[in-house]
Design a protein around this ligand. Structure first.
Ligand SMILES: NC(=O)c1ccc[n+]([C@@H]2O[C@H](COP(=O)([O-])OP(=O)(O)OC[C@H]3O[C@@H](n4cnc5c(N)ncnc54)[C@H](OP(=O)(O)O)[C@@H]3O)[C@@H](O)[C@H]2O)c1
Length: 242
């Protein structure tokens, strides 16, 4: 039987972090690489267009609105232990109140997530692997200017529960992590020093979160430490939703 102190050694594991090109996903991918894993990441643009250092990773270009591209990516993996879905998008300036904008966000945050799960499921079955999504506290607290984002993230939580129930028998666990506020390019219009001071004054843990804070939860859910945990949302928000 494995000792729990060895559970965070991922050295024989193959991990795919979809949306690992930047922000939280990049932090998650870096943490897995640091734990010895072989890590692949995706981003929407060609590899050379990013400033982040991808030398520790294999890179794949992927837009999850393209069903064929997801299918093609899955066909390139003959083995996989952990699928992490950090992909997420949001529209500002009331874009999510238009039908086209609403559907675009649902397509990226929810339909794309579903197809990633179904297309990688056969490979994950072989390893009795697991899936970890990144949803959001917007699945709990309504994001008043982002109805599509809120709805898609709430949907992702229930998708996690449904797939966990369906696939538990085959040894595939499915869980999701709900970050609070983490400065990234997605949140750059909400995360300057003044915003952080306001946030820190009221949030129980008096600071914004970091990609590493989220990575800790993802590694836990991808490790044997959580072998009996499936279908769960782990909120990592410094107490924001209390
Ligand atoms: N930051 C926060 O405070 C916060 C809070 C709660 C939840 N989240 C969630 O955390 C996850 C990571 O977000 P982040 O804050 O790290 O934002 P980010 O830095 O903008 O990263 C988003 C990732 O998703 C990818 N992506 C966007 N649209 C895509 C598409 N159509 N197809 C495939 N990939 C796409 C991006 O690729 P490119 O780099 O090529 O654009 C990037 O890798 C998201 O699910 C987000 O909703 C973030």
């Amino acid at each position: 039987m494995m000792r729990l102190v060895d559970a965070l050694n991922f050295s024989s594991k193959r991990i795919l972090v979809c949306g690992g090109s930047d922000g939280i996903g990049y932090g998650v991918a870096s943490a897995f690489a640091d734990a010895g894993a072989s890590v692949a990441i995706t981003g929407t643009r060609p590899r050379d267009s990013y400033e982040n250092d991808f030398s520790l990773f294999t890179f794949h270009q992927l837009d999850v609105q393209d069903a064929d591209a997801i299918r093609s990516l899955a066909s390139q993996f003959d083995s996989l232990d952990v699928l992490v879905n950090c992909i997420g998008a949001v529209l500002w300036k009331k874009g999510e109140f238009e039908r086209a904008g609403f559907e675009q966000i649902l397509s990226i945050n929810l339909s794309g997530a579903m197809q990633l799960c179904t297309d990688f499921y056969p490979t994950l079955c072989k390893s009795r692997g697991c899936i970890v999504h990144i949803d959001s506290v917007a699945s709990i607290n309504a994001a008043v200017n982002n109805p599509a984002y809120s709805a898609s993230k709430a949907g992702l939580v229930q998708l996690t529960r449904a797939l966990a129930k369906k696939w538990g028998h085959s040894g595939v666990r499915v869980n999701t992590v709900a970050p609070g506020m983490v400065p990234t390019k997605m949140t750059q219009n909400q995360s300057g020093p003044e915003a952080e001071a306001r946030f820190s004054a009221t949030n129980p843990i008096s600071r914004f979160g970091s990609p590493q804070d989220i990575a800790g939860a993802v590694l836990f859910l991808a490790s044997p430490m959580s072998a009996y945990v499936t279908g769960q949302q782990l909120v990592v928000d410094g107490g924001l939703t209390l």
